[in-house]
Design a protein around this ligand. Structure first.
Ligand SMILES: [Zn+2]
Length: 371
Protein backbone atom coordinates (compact mmCIF):
# COMPACT_ATOMS: atom_id res chain seq x y z
CA UNK A 1 0.00 0.00 0.00
CA UNK A 2 1.34 3.42 -0.82
CA UNK A 3 0.19 6.50 0.97
CA UNK A 4 0.64 10.10 -0.01
CA UNK A 5 0.57 12.39 2.99
CA UNK A 6 -1.16 15.51 1.75
CA UNK A 7 -3.38 18.28 2.89
CA UNK A 8 -6.45 16.07 3.17
CA UNK A 9 -7.14 13.27 5.60
CA UNK A 10 -7.58 9.60 4.91
CA UNK A 11 -9.89 7.16 6.63
CA UNK A 12 -7.50 4.21 6.29
CA UNK A 13 -6.67 2.42 9.52
CA UNK A 14 -3.05 2.75 10.55
CA UNK A 15 -2.86 6.44 9.68
CA UNK A 16 -4.48 7.52 12.89
CA UNK A 17 -1.58 9.70 13.94
CA UNK A 18 -1.44 11.48 10.60
CA UNK A 19 -5.14 12.31 10.87
CA UNK A 20 -4.80 13.41 14.49
CA UNK A 21 -1.91 15.68 13.46
CA UNK A 22 -4.09 17.14 10.74
CA UNK A 23 -6.85 17.92 13.27
CA UNK A 24 -4.36 19.43 15.73
CA UNK A 25 -2.84 21.53 12.94
CA UNK A 26 -6.24 22.94 11.98
CA UNK A 27 -7.04 23.77 15.59
CA UNK A 28 -3.63 25.39 16.05
CA UNK A 29 -4.43 27.69 13.14
CA UNK A 30 -7.86 28.57 14.63
CA UNK A 31 -7.39 30.07 18.12
CA UNK A 32 -11.15 30.66 18.36
CA UNK A 33 -11.71 26.90 17.96
CA UNK A 34 -13.39 24.67 15.41
CA UNK A 35 -16.43 22.37 15.35
CA UNK A 36 -16.35 18.66 14.58
CA UNK A 37 -18.46 19.31 11.48
CA UNK A 38 -15.99 21.95 10.35
CA UNK A 39 -13.03 19.63 10.98
CA UNK A 40 -14.68 16.89 8.94
CA UNK A 41 -15.26 19.30 6.06
CA UNK A 42 -11.69 20.67 6.17
CA UNK A 43 -9.98 17.26 6.41
CA UNK A 44 -12.29 15.20 4.21
CA UNK A 45 -12.57 12.66 7.04
CA UNK A 46 -15.91 11.11 7.96
CA UNK A 47 -17.81 12.51 10.98
CA UNK A 48 -17.24 9.12 12.67
CA UNK A 49 -13.48 9.35 12.18
CA UNK A 50 -13.42 12.95 13.47
CA UNK A 51 -15.52 11.84 16.47
CA UNK A 52 -13.00 9.13 17.36
CA UNK A 53 -9.96 11.36 16.90
CA UNK A 54 -11.38 14.26 18.91
CA UNK A 55 -12.52 11.90 21.69
CA UNK A 56 -9.00 10.57 21.97
CA UNK A 57 -7.40 14.04 21.88
CA UNK A 58 -9.86 15.24 24.55
CA UNK A 59 -9.03 12.23 26.73
CA UNK A 60 -5.31 12.92 26.27
CA UNK A 61 -5.83 16.56 27.24
CA UNK A 62 -4.46 17.87 23.93
CA UNK A 63 -7.69 19.70 23.11
CA UNK A 64 -10.60 21.07 25.14
CA UNK A 65 -14.16 22.24 24.61
CA UNK A 66 -14.48 25.99 24.10
CA UNK A 67 -18.19 26.74 24.24
CA UNK A 68 -20.67 26.86 21.38
CA UNK A 69 -20.34 28.42 17.96
CA UNK A 70 -22.44 31.54 17.36
CA UNK A 71 -25.75 30.45 15.94
CA UNK A 72 -26.27 31.33 12.30
CA UNK A 73 -29.77 29.90 12.18
CA UNK A 74 -28.69 26.27 12.41
CA UNK A 75 -27.88 24.15 15.41
CA UNK A 76 -25.03 25.64 17.53
CA UNK A 77 -21.93 23.46 17.45
CA UNK A 78 -19.57 22.63 20.28
CA UNK A 79 -16.22 24.26 19.57
CA UNK A 80 -12.94 22.47 20.22
CA UNK A 81 -9.61 24.20 20.66
CA UNK A 82 -6.01 23.28 21.23
CA UNK A 83 -4.94 23.15 24.89
CA UNK A 84 -1.87 25.32 24.45
CA UNK A 85 -0.41 24.39 27.83
CA UNK A 86 -0.76 20.62 27.28
CA UNK A 87 2.83 20.39 26.05
CA UNK A 88 5.86 22.60 25.48
CA UNK A 89 9.16 22.61 23.64
CA UNK A 90 12.50 24.30 24.23
CA UNK A 91 14.20 26.23 21.43
CA UNK A 92 17.93 26.92 21.72
CA UNK A 93 20.14 29.22 19.68
CA UNK A 94 23.81 28.37 20.24
CA UNK A 95 25.82 31.23 18.78
CA UNK A 96 29.57 31.75 18.72
CA UNK A 97 29.35 34.10 21.68
CA UNK A 98 25.86 33.76 23.14
CA UNK A 99 23.32 31.14 24.19
CA UNK A 100 19.58 31.84 23.96
CA UNK A 101 17.05 29.43 25.50
CA UNK A 102 13.31 29.73 25.01
CA UNK A 103 10.37 27.68 26.33
CA UNK A 104 7.18 27.85 24.26
CA UNK A 105 3.76 26.21 24.48
CA UNK A 106 1.92 24.48 21.64
CA UNK A 107 0.90 27.81 20.10
CA UNK A 108 4.45 29.18 20.26
CA UNK A 109 3.70 31.49 23.20
CA UNK A 110 6.88 32.29 25.13
CA UNK A 111 6.87 31.05 28.71
CA UNK A 112 10.56 31.51 29.53
CA UNK A 113 13.55 33.20 27.92
CA UNK A 114 17.12 33.64 29.00
CA UNK A 115 20.41 34.43 27.33
CA UNK A 116 23.98 34.13 28.54
CA UNK A 117 27.40 34.78 27.03
CA UNK A 118 29.49 31.91 25.67
CA UNK A 119 33.30 32.12 25.58
CA UNK A 120 34.62 32.09 22.02
CA UNK A 121 37.10 29.28 22.81
CA UNK A 122 34.69 27.10 24.81
CA UNK A 123 35.27 23.34 24.56
CA UNK A 124 32.35 21.25 23.27
CA UNK A 125 31.87 19.41 26.59
CA UNK A 126 31.57 22.71 28.45
CA UNK A 127 29.16 24.09 25.86
CA UNK A 128 26.96 21.00 26.16
CA UNK A 129 26.88 21.46 29.94
CA UNK A 130 25.79 25.10 29.45
CA UNK A 131 23.06 24.16 26.98
CA UNK A 132 21.79 21.28 29.15
CA UNK A 133 21.70 23.58 32.20
CA UNK A 134 19.80 26.17 30.14
CA UNK A 135 17.22 23.59 29.02
CA UNK A 136 16.73 22.39 32.59
CA UNK A 137 16.30 25.99 33.75
CA UNK A 138 13.69 26.62 31.04
CA UNK A 139 11.88 23.41 31.98
CA UNK A 140 11.32 24.81 35.47
CA UNK A 141 8.83 27.21 33.86
CA UNK A 142 6.71 24.32 32.48
CA UNK A 143 3.03 24.81 33.35
CA UNK A 144 1.73 22.25 35.82
CA UNK A 145 0.95 18.97 34.10
CA UNK A 146 2.53 20.04 30.80
CA UNK A 147 4.73 17.58 28.93
CA UNK A 148 8.14 18.67 27.63
CA UNK A 149 8.27 17.26 24.09
CA UNK A 150 11.92 17.94 23.42
CA UNK A 151 14.53 20.54 22.59
CA UNK A 152 15.51 21.94 19.20
CA UNK A 153 19.01 23.38 18.79
CA UNK A 154 19.87 25.89 16.07
CA UNK A 155 23.57 26.48 15.52
CA UNK A 156 25.88 27.39 12.68
CA UNK A 157 26.67 24.84 10.02
CA UNK A 158 27.96 22.83 8.45
CA UNK A 159 26.40 20.00 10.39
CA UNK A 160 24.51 16.77 9.78
CA UNK A 161 20.90 17.24 10.87
CA UNK A 162 19.96 13.56 10.56
CA UNK A 163 22.83 12.40 12.78
CA UNK A 164 22.93 15.50 14.99
CA UNK A 165 26.69 15.76 14.38
CA UNK A 166 28.61 19.00 13.84
CA UNK A 167 31.09 19.49 11.00
CA UNK A 168 32.90 22.53 12.22
CA UNK A 169 36.24 21.87 10.59
CA UNK A 170 37.93 25.03 11.82
CA UNK A 171 41.34 24.12 13.31
CA UNK A 172 42.30 27.79 13.33
CA UNK A 173 38.77 29.13 13.15
CA UNK A 174 36.79 31.27 15.53
CA UNK A 175 36.10 28.41 17.92
CA UNK A 176 39.84 27.92 18.33
CA UNK A 177 39.40 24.17 18.74
CA UNK A 178 39.07 21.32 16.28
CA UNK A 179 37.31 19.28 18.99
CA UNK A 180 34.04 20.54 17.53
CA UNK A 181 34.60 18.70 14.25
CA UNK A 182 32.44 15.53 14.17
CA UNK A 183 31.10 16.36 17.63
CA UNK A 184 27.85 14.39 18.31
CA UNK A 185 25.98 17.34 19.81
CA UNK A 186 22.52 15.73 19.72
CA UNK A 187 23.49 12.51 21.50
CA UNK A 188 25.70 14.25 24.07
CA UNK A 189 22.86 16.59 24.97
CA UNK A 190 20.23 13.84 25.08
CA UNK A 191 22.49 11.81 27.39
CA UNK A 192 22.70 14.76 29.79
CA UNK A 193 18.93 15.29 29.67
CA UNK A 194 17.78 11.75 30.53
CA UNK A 195 16.96 10.94 26.92
CA UNK A 196 14.87 14.03 26.16
CA UNK A 197 14.36 14.13 22.36
CA UNK A 198 16.87 16.59 20.88
CA UNK A 199 16.94 17.85 17.28
CA UNK A 200 19.92 19.74 15.87
CA UNK A 201 19.75 21.91 12.76
CA UNK A 202 21.45 24.86 11.13
CA UNK A 203 20.46 28.24 12.57
CA UNK A 204 19.27 29.41 9.15
CA UNK A 205 17.02 26.35 8.78
CA UNK A 206 15.32 26.77 12.15
CA UNK A 207 14.78 30.49 11.51
CA UNK A 208 13.19 29.71 8.11
CA UNK A 209 10.85 27.21 9.78
CA UNK A 210 9.92 29.69 12.52
CA UNK A 211 9.12 32.41 10.00
CA UNK A 212 6.47 30.29 8.31
CA UNK A 213 4.27 28.79 11.05
CA UNK A 214 1.78 28.00 8.33
CA UNK A 215 3.33 26.31 5.33
CA UNK A 216 3.71 28.48 2.24
CA UNK A 217 1.23 27.79 -0.53
CA UNK A 218 1.90 24.55 -2.43
CA UNK A 219 4.78 25.15 -4.78
CA UNK A 220 5.76 28.30 -2.91
CA UNK A 221 9.22 29.05 -1.59
CA UNK A 222 10.63 31.12 1.24
CA UNK A 223 14.26 32.06 1.78
CA UNK A 224 15.44 33.21 5.20
CA UNK A 225 18.74 35.09 4.83
CA UNK A 226 20.86 35.58 7.94
CA UNK A 227 23.74 38.05 8.24
CA UNK A 228 25.68 38.10 11.49
CA UNK A 229 29.21 36.74 11.97
CA UNK A 230 28.55 34.79 8.76
CA UNK A 231 26.07 34.82 5.89
CA UNK A 232 23.69 31.93 5.22
CA UNK A 233 20.19 31.06 4.09
CA UNK A 234 17.46 28.60 5.05
CA UNK A 235 15.11 27.42 2.31
CA UNK A 236 11.49 26.35 2.67
CA UNK A 237 10.44 24.83 -0.62
CA UNK A 238 6.94 23.42 -1.15
CA UNK A 239 6.29 23.90 2.56
CA UNK A 240 9.23 21.85 3.83
CA UNK A 241 12.81 22.68 4.72
CA UNK A 242 15.19 21.92 1.90
CA UNK A 243 18.36 20.60 3.53
CA UNK A 244 19.94 18.65 0.70
CA UNK A 245 21.60 15.25 1.15
CA UNK A 246 24.09 16.41 3.81
CA UNK A 247 22.17 19.32 5.39
CA UNK A 248 24.44 21.43 3.25
CA UNK A 249 21.88 23.36 1.23
CA UNK A 250 21.71 27.08 1.92
CA UNK A 251 25.46 27.73 1.92
CA UNK A 252 24.36 31.00 0.44
CA UNK A 253 27.36 32.99 1.68
CA UNK A 254 29.84 30.87 -0.26
CA UNK A 255 28.61 31.60 -3.77
CA UNK A 256 31.45 33.15 -5.73
CA UNK A 257 30.59 36.66 -6.83
CA UNK A 258 34.10 37.94 -7.50
CA UNK A 259 36.42 35.52 -9.25
CA UNK A 260 39.95 36.04 -7.80
CA UNK A 261 38.44 38.14 -5.00
CA UNK A 262 39.68 38.10 -1.39
CA UNK A 263 40.29 34.79 0.37
CA UNK A 264 37.30 33.46 2.34
CA UNK A 265 37.45 31.29 5.49
CA UNK A 266 36.12 28.41 3.35
CA UNK A 267 39.32 28.43 1.27
CA UNK A 268 37.78 29.90 -1.89
CA UNK A 269 38.12 33.41 -3.22
CA UNK A 270 35.52 36.14 -3.69
CA UNK A 271 32.65 34.52 -1.77
CA UNK A 272 29.64 36.73 -1.05
CA UNK A 273 30.29 36.25 2.68
CA UNK A 274 33.87 37.51 2.71
CA UNK A 275 32.83 40.61 0.73
CA UNK A 276 29.86 41.27 3.05
CA UNK A 277 31.94 40.86 6.18
CA UNK A 278 34.54 43.27 4.77
CA UNK A 279 31.76 45.84 4.22
CA UNK A 280 30.53 45.30 7.79
CA UNK A 281 34.09 45.73 9.05
CA UNK A 282 34.06 49.19 7.44
CA UNK A 283 30.68 49.88 9.06
CA UNK A 284 29.17 50.13 5.57
CA UNK A 285 25.74 48.48 5.92
CA UNK A 286 24.58 49.92 2.58
CA UNK A 287 27.37 48.08 0.74
CA UNK A 288 26.66 44.88 2.69
CA UNK A 289 22.94 45.20 1.88
CA UNK A 290 23.69 45.65 -1.82
CA UNK A 291 25.83 42.49 -1.80
CA UNK A 292 23.16 40.49 0.07
CA UNK A 293 20.66 41.77 -2.52
CA UNK A 294 22.83 40.49 -5.38
CA UNK A 295 22.95 37.06 -3.73
CA UNK A 296 19.22 37.07 -3.05
CA UNK A 297 18.49 37.92 -6.68
CA UNK A 298 20.67 34.97 -7.76
CA UNK A 299 18.71 32.73 -5.39
CA UNK A 300 15.32 33.98 -6.58
CA UNK A 301 16.28 33.42 -10.21
CA UNK A 302 17.62 29.94 -9.43
CA UNK A 303 14.69 28.70 -7.32
CA UNK A 304 11.75 31.01 -8.11
CA UNK A 305 11.52 31.96 -4.43
CA UNK A 306 8.46 34.07 -3.69
CA UNK A 307 9.20 35.44 -0.23
CA UNK A 308 12.44 36.64 1.35
CA UNK A 309 12.92 37.16 5.10
CA UNK A 310 16.00 38.92 6.47
CA UNK A 311 17.46 38.37 9.92
CA UNK A 312 20.63 38.19 12.00
CA UNK A 313 22.44 40.76 14.12
CA UNK A 314 23.86 42.82 11.25
CA UNK A 315 20.46 43.13 9.56
CA UNK A 316 18.70 44.01 12.80
CA UNK A 317 21.31 46.74 13.45
CA UNK A 318 20.22 48.61 10.30
CA UNK A 319 16.92 47.02 9.23
CA UNK A 320 15.73 49.67 6.79
CA UNK A 321 19.08 49.72 5.00
CA UNK A 322 18.82 45.98 4.35
CA UNK A 323 15.13 46.02 3.39
CA UNK A 324 15.77 48.85 0.90
CA UNK A 325 19.08 47.48 -0.38
CA UNK A 326 17.80 43.97 -1.04
CA UNK A 327 14.52 45.19 -2.54
CA UNK A 328 16.42 47.52 -4.88
CA UNK A 329 18.65 44.70 -6.15
CA UNK A 330 15.66 42.44 -6.73
CA UNK A 331 13.89 45.15 -8.70
CA UNK A 332 17.00 45.78 -10.76
CA UNK A 333 17.87 42.15 -11.42
CA UNK A 334 14.57 40.30 -11.86
CA UNK A 335 13.58 40.69 -15.53
CA UNK A 336 9.87 41.20 -14.86
CA UNK A 337 9.29 42.13 -11.18
CA UNK A 338 5.58 42.73 -11.83
CA UNK A 339 5.17 39.11 -12.89
CA UNK A 340 7.55 37.82 -10.21
CA UNK A 341 7.00 40.05 -7.17
CA UNK A 342 9.16 39.01 -4.21
CA UNK A 343 8.23 40.72 -0.93
CA UNK A 344 11.17 41.25 1.43
CA UNK A 345 10.45 41.42 5.17
CA UNK A 346 12.34 41.30 8.46
CA UNK A 347 12.29 38.21 10.66
CA UNK A 348 9.08 38.52 12.69
CA UNK A 349 10.73 37.07 15.79
CA UNK A 350 13.70 39.45 15.46
CA UNK A 351 16.67 38.34 17.56
CA UNK A 352 14.72 35.26 18.66
CA UNK A 353 14.13 33.95 15.13
CA UNK A 354 16.58 31.03 15.42
CA UNK A 355 15.48 29.95 18.93
CA UNK A 356 11.75 30.21 18.12
CA UNK A 357 12.26 28.18 14.95
CA UNK A 358 14.30 25.60 16.85
CA UNK A 359 11.28 24.96 19.10
CA UNK A 360 9.16 24.56 15.96
CA UNK A 361 11.51 21.73 14.89
CA UNK A 362 10.08 19.79 17.85
CA UNK A 363 6.47 21.05 17.69
CA UNK A 364 5.94 20.92 13.93
CA UNK A 365 5.58 17.14 13.52
CA UNK A 366 2.82 17.10 16.14
CA UNK A 367 0.80 19.23 13.71
CA UNK A 368 1.66 17.23 10.62
CA UNK A 369 4.44 19.57 9.48
CA UNK A 370 7.32 18.06 7.60
CA UNK A 371 10.32 19.47 9.43
ZN1 LIG B 1 33.57 31.12 1.24
Amino acid sequence: MTTHPGPTGTNLAGLRDHNAALVLGLLRAAPEGGSRVGLAARTGLTPQAIGKITARLLAEGMIEEAGQSASTGGKPRTLLRLRAEAACAVGVHLERDELTVLLVDLTGRRLHLHTRPVAADIAPGDAVRLVADGIRRAAEALPEGARLLGAGIGCRGPLDHAAGVLHWFTPAGPRGSSDWHHYPLRDELAARLDGLPVVVDKDTNTAALGEAPAAPRPGGGLAYVHLAAGLGAGLLLDGALHRGTRTNAGEFGHQTVQVDGPLCTCGNHGCLEVLCLAALERGDHAAAARLVGVGVANLVRLLDIDRVVLGGRAVLAAPDTYLDGVTAQLEARIPDPEWQPVPVTLAAAGHLAVAAGAAELVLGPLFGRRT
